[in-house]
Each structure stands twice: as C-alpha cells, then as structure tokens.
Design a protein around this ligand. Structure first.
Ligand code: UDP
Length: 489
C-alpha cells in the first residue's frame, strides 16, 4: 500500500515580523523534521509588508504560503487599543480562512492541525468546524504564558464587565516576584481596555489543544513544570516548549560595513547595542548612553535610532522599513562623541544584521531591549546581556533573565528619575558594561550564558527537549489522521 499522506498543517501569523519569523521557522521544521506539508498564512498586512515578503521569500519551497484578502477596519474608533485592532482583523478574516482551509484540505490535504499565533485564537473556531486540533503558537516565553493563564483563571466566574487585577507583587515560576509595573504591558492595569482584551483572548486559548512555545525547557524549567501541572489539572492547555526559533545568519547575506569593522576587532572585545525593530530612547537617554559607553573604555557597536521626541519608547512597524526615511540618527549623539571614540566604537544608523553580529567572535556582550527574538538570538550565540527593557513584556523578561536564568545584568534607573521617565545615567551604563566585561558578577553571567548556549544547541538534536516536545505533538496529529483515514466498517 502507498505510504499514508503526511498531512497538512496550516499556520496563521498575525501582523508583525517578530511573530512571523519564528512561525516560519516552525513551519520549516514541521516539514523538514516531521514530514508534514505546511502552509503559512499571513494577513494582507497593514504594518510590515516589506519585512513580511522578506521572510516569506526566505522560506524553503516545501512550505507553501497564502495571504488572506484584506478586510476593512475603517469603522473602528481611532483611539482603539492595538489588541482590539488585531482581534477585529482576525475575527473579520475568519470567513476567508475557512474558505482557504477547505481549499487546502481538498487539494493539498488532508489537514492535520491549525496553528494560529497568540493574537489569532479566534481562528480556533475554524479548526473546530473543520475537525482538526488547534494549537496556539506563542512567539514569546512561558513566563508571559504563565501571567496570561493566571489572569484568565483569576477572572473565571467574574461578573460581566468585572475585571479582577493580578496580585501585586505577583510570584511567577523561577522564584521571580513582579510588581504591577513590571508585568507585560496590558496586564498592569485591570481597568484598561487592553487588560479585558487580553483576558478575553486568554479565555479563547482554552479551546486550544495546546501551545507551541518559542522557548526551550532548559531556559524556563520552572515555568514548564508549572504549565504541566496546569494541564494535568485541566486549568489550561498544555504548553510545549519547542524553540528556540532563531533566524539563520544566512538570511542576512551580503556585505555589511559593521561586519567588516568587527573583523578588525579583537575576539570577545565588543559591546553590541541595539533595541530591536521598534525601540527608541529619549534624547536625554541617548546622550547618557553615549557618555556611558565612552566612559566604560570598551569597544562598542551601536545601532543608533533617531530618538523619540514624544516619550514613546517604540514605534509600531518595522525598523527595516524606516531605514530609508529616518533622518540622520547619528546627528543626535553628543558633540565630538564619534571623534573621541573613533577606532574603538562604531555607531551605525537604524539597522544591523543582528544574528551575524551576535555570532561574530569579536562580540562579547549585548545591550538589549530584551525583545524575545533578540533574547533567543543572544542566548543561542552565547552572548551575555545588559538588560535594557523598553516596552511590551520586556521588563519582565529583563528580570527573569537576570534573577532566574542568570544570563543578564540590569543597570538601574536612578530613583529620583522614576516618574518623570526613568533615565539610566552614564555612570550606571559604564558600571554595567565594566561589570559584565570584567567583574565577578559578570564572570558568572558569562559562564551561565555559555551553558545556555550549549543547551540551546542541543534542544533540536534527536534526544533534545524541544525535538521531543514537538514529536509528542506530531504523534498526536498523525494518530488522529490515521484513525480518520480508516475506512468505515
Ligand atoms: N533586528 C535586526 N537588526 C536590528 C534590529 C533588530 O536584525 O538592527 C532583528 C533582531 O535580530 C530580531 C528582531 O529584529 O530578530 C527584533 O525582534 P525582537 O523580538 O527582539 O524585538 P521587537 O523588534 O519585536 O521589539
């Protein structure tokens, strides 16, 4: 008899390159390691069309792609929260998704699973109609999933319109205690619309058969164990740590002035500074960071952005899209800074091939906003971090990375500045850089990140933790397909 068909997995990515990149990597592994067919579906995207086409272009031919037709969101009020915009986008696109899945099922099927990312759980209803399991792809960490699951459980049985706030402080797995202001944004204030939206989204997660999480067991063992217990008790679906999904450095082919510069630097000497695709510092903070780098005496490679003038710490969209229309960010650096640091420091505008920079032998440390992709890239390259969180769940990530994982140091913003916008002063920047590069605490962090690098390198080997977790899920998908394929008696 012919081999039974491998089955087709449909993956659905919400807008934003930060979600699409790891989901694309998951799709590739499902095809290459598990033998499934896969289609990666995106929305006719309003934010990052360039980044999206770059990611889709770099997929192997074995992963099919499809784009859902645009839907109108014009009727939404102008001040609506981003969570709500995404929710509506997905909701209104469900009829298109249904048609697409039916067509894949009849031409390239049989379908075995739908994997929407964490902003698209309403798509689980389409999976249920079609009769395949739905698994939520979680592009960030188990810590965020843990906070989400607590908020959902806490609000079980709440009256309509009632929102129960998470405790302050909140203990999360790994011995970490978070104040409200350190929680992922959206979970900080139970009276804000985004809190309600996150609780609603979290409730929809309960329809999922599980979560595929872009992390690995060794990085968040306590959170992984907590999630096992929640799954056994039936309070929340099981989470499978199947990452890290990190872009390969070959995605960043081509010449780059900063890589040529790195080639000229001694091994393990350079501090790399970058705040993700959207992060921005204030004018004052940019100056303090510059002065601190200068004061540290260490070599550095700094991806400089035009500072934020409105107090926002990020611009939604994609840094790559801004490369051409940024004005000159270097003009905001202190007078004479570039001259005084020339030879040991390089400041570049807007964007660097980060994965290649982090894996370059000259790179010793990473001043990072702790975006989850950056974090995984840093850990996978064995580069210790100075945690400089800006938005989203980054404050929590910074604390987890310092206190629980031990791969980062956190500079402290001066107390008296808190409230008027916390500023990390130059002395603190210099002290953190020197500690990480030369100090005792720094040595422990450097050692720990090398352990994590080795762990990360093993997780997708045949007996690795992520590979086994993925296999556990794949076996379920294949079994469901086999039983469905049995001819009726
Ligand atoms: N990135 C890059 N060059 C830059 C800035 C960012 O290649 O100059 C990439 C980085 O490698 C990572 C992604 O953009 O893959 C940023 O994702 P992350 O989750 O760290 O942060 P976000 O941009 O979502 O805040």
């Amino acid at each position: 008899t012919a081999a039974s068909p491998p089955g087709h997995v449909v993956l659905l990515a919400s807008p934003g390159a930060g979600h699409l990149i790891p989901l694309a990597e998951l799709a590739r592994r499902l095809v290459e390691h598990q033998g499934f067919a896969a289609t990666l579906v995106t929305f006719a995207d309003f934010a990052t069309p360039d980044a999206r086409s770059a990611v889709l272009f770099s997929l192997p031919a074995s992963v099919a792609t499809a784009t859902l037709p645009a839907v109108s969101l014009d009727d939404l009020p102008a001040d609506v929260c981003l969570e709500k915009v995404l929710f509506e986008l997905v909701q209104r696109s469900l009829p298109h998704l249904r048609v697409l899945m039916q067509s894949i099922g009849s031409t390239a099927g049989p379908l075995v699973a739908l994997v929407p990312d964490f902003f698209c759980p309403s798509a689980l209803s389409v999976a249920a109609e079609i009769g395949v399991p739905g698994y939520i792809f979680f592009p960030t960490n188990l810590a965020t999933l843990s906070v989400t699951s607590r908020a959902v459980q806490l609000n079980d049985g709440a009256a309509a319109g009632e929102r129960r706030a998470l405790s302050d402080p909140l203990e999360i797995p790994g011995g970490v205690s978070l104040r409200s202001a350190e929680l992922p944004e959206g979970f900080r204030d139970s009276t804000a619309p985004s809190y309600g939206q996150l609780v609603e989204t979290g409730r929809l997660y309960r329809r999922a058969a599980g979560f595929l999480v872009n992390t690995f067991y060794e990085l968040e063992p306590a959170a992984a164990e907590e999630s096992k217990i929640a799954a056994e008790n039936g309070t929340f679906p099981p989470a499978y740590p199947v990452g890290p999904f990190v872009r390969s450095s070959s995605d960043e082919a081509g010449e780059s002035a900063c890589l040529e510069w790195l080639d000229l630097q001694p091994a393990g000497s350079v501090v790399f500074i970058s705040f993700g695709s959207a992060g921005m510092l204030s004018v004052e903070q940019t100056r303090e960071l510059a002065a601190g780098l200068e004061m540290s005496g260490h070599r550095f490679l700094w991806v400089v952005r035009t500072p934020s003038l409105n107090g926002e710490s990020f611009a939604f969209g994609n840094g790559a899209d801004r490369r051409s229309n940024d004005d000159d960010p270097l003009a905001w650096l202190p007078d004479g800074f570039l001259e005084r640091t020339s030879g040991r420091g390089l400041a570049i505008a807007a964007w660097a091939p980060q994965v290649r920079v982090l894996s370059h032998p000259a790179t010793a440390a990473f001043v990072s906003h702790c975006g989850w992709n950056s974090t995984l890239e840093s850990v996978s390259a064995g580069v210790p971090m100075i945690a400089w969180p800006l938005h989203a769940e980054q404050k929590m990530n910074a604390i987890v990375l310092e206190e629980s994982v031990g791969v980062a140091l956190r500079p402290r913003a001066r107390e008296e500045d808190v409230g008027g916008g916390a500023v990390v002063r130059q002395q603190e920047v210099a002290a953190a850089v020197k500690e990480l590069m030369e100090g005792e605490k720094g040595r422990a962090v450097r050692r720990r990140v090398r352990d994590m690098e080795q762990a990360a390198a093993r997780v997708w080997s045949p007996e690795g933790s992520s590979r086994r977790a993925m296999e556990e899920v794949a076996v379920k998908w294949k079994a469901a397909l086999a039983s469905a394929a049995k001819p009726p008696k």
